[in-house]
Design a protein around this ligand. Structure first.
Ligand SMILES: [Zn+2]
Length: 140
């Protein structure tokens, strides 16, 4: 069970974009290939929505101002129960605010896709994150 980053289902993908996380620059897709930055070692990330991208910009500014640190985009948490690997929880952001680890997932306004099966799965994963890691996933 993987909380998949489905690219097929929702209307919010209309504003999806690729960004170099190091240069903070939007990358244009050429043909069907995932864009790469000309600088070696730079990480290009696919933001699924404008809201997700805008939130990243805010967090970057907070990090540059020294308000938060260790900002990670797209952190992955393995879900392991009694030695059984059950899947991965893919989240949007993690960072430290003071000593506190903050883990966030960006959802569309008004929680449009929080009803139904996807929302149920997301809530289950959040409970597992709490049970396994003691991390409360904050919905942005
Ligand atoms: Zn770059």
């Amino acid at each position: 069970m993987t909380w998949s980053r489905s690219t097929t289902t929702n209307k919010h993908n209309a504003k999806a974009s690729y960004w170099c996380l190091n240069c903070a620059r939007e990358m244009q897709k050429v043909g069907k290939k995932r864009p790469v930055c000309s600088e070696a070692g730079h990480k290009v990330f696919y933001f699924r929505s404008k809201k997700e991208r805008d939130h990243w910009h805010e967090l970057r500014i907070e990090q540059m101002a020294g308000i938060i640190r260790n900002l990670e985009v797209g952190p992955v948490y393995p879900i392991v129960v009694d030695g059984h690997k059950c899947g991965n929880m893919l989240l949007d952001f993690s960072y430290f605010r003071g000593d506190k680890l903050v883990v966030e997932d960006v959802k569309p306004a008004r929680g449009a896709d929080m009803n139904g099966a996807r929302g149920q799965l997301f809530r289950l994963h959040c409970k597992l994150m709490l049970a396994i890691y003691g991390i409360h996933v904050e919905v942005v």
